[in-house]
Write a protein that binds this ligand. Structure first.
Ligand SMILES: O=C(O)c1ccccc1N[C@@H]1O[C@H](COP(=O)(O)O)[C@@H](O)[C@H]1O
Length: 201
């Protein structure tokens, strides 16, 4: 469900660096093709969130909605990511979903084609689980490539985020989602403002 007025309020009151648009039809946050969300957020850099979407369909959405970043949240291969990077010329967030352990070598071939890795929690679905993963696994992250932290982040995680940032300069951003919502796609603006304020210490 889309809530353009709520997004307009978010833009005015929080002014985030990026705004995600979910182009995954099974998601309760699927933005569809109406363009209302894109126009409510026209002043922001819009991140298209895709799950195993064919190249032509991604490029169509880029043109239609003026996307600035592609967040690849499925099982996209290195070759698919390379093609998406080359054909779109946009920034790429490649998502890796983390379970009990992670083999960092699997990320290496993606390094030339991605601008940020994004770490989400492993679940049998693709995203928006509201569940955190064990952030201590990140301590062995071996690359300089900046990453975005995601997966069930809530206001209760502020201190843990500040601690992690002290240890890991590669932590470049946070992707907040379902734990800052009143209903899927309807953002809890006072909660987001409080979270942002607590992070700015
Ligand atoms: O939010 C969704 O419905 C979604 C569906 C498919 C792919 C990604 C999705 N959202 C992304 O999931 C992560 C984690 O979200 P949460 O904090 O656990 O709710 C985040 O990167 C969202 O952009």
């Amino acid at each position: 469900m889309v809530h353009p007025q709520n997004i307009q309020e978010l833009v005015n009151e929080v002014n985030p660096d990026w705004m995600g648009m979910i182009f995954y039809p099974p998601s309760p946050r699927y933005v569809g093709t109406s363009g209302e969300i894109a126009s409510a957020a026209r002043s922001l850099d819009k991140v298209g969130v895709f799950v195993n979407e064919p190249l032509s369909s991604v490029l169509e959405k880029v043109a239609l909605f003026g996307l600035k970043v592609l967040q690849l949240h499925g099982n996209e291969s290195v070759e698919e990511v390379r093609l998406l990077k080359e054909k779109s010329g946009l920034e790429i967030f490649k998502v890796f979903k983390i379970g009990n352990k992670i083999d960092w070598e699997l990320l290496r071939p993606y390094l030339p084609w991605v601008d940020y890795f994004l770490f989400d929690t492993y679940t049998e679905y693709h995203g928006g689980s509201g569940k955190t993963f064990d952030w201590s696994l990140l301590k062995n992250y071996p690359y300089e490539k900046p990453f975005i932290l995601s997966g069930g982040i809530g206001i209760e995680e502020v201190q843990a985020i500040l601690d992690l940032k002290k240890q890991m300069p590669q932590l470049a951003g946070l992707d907040i989602n379902s734990r800052f919502e009143i209903a899927p796609g309807l953002k809890d603006i006072p909660k987001i403002k409080a979270f942002k304020k607590q992070l700015m210490v």
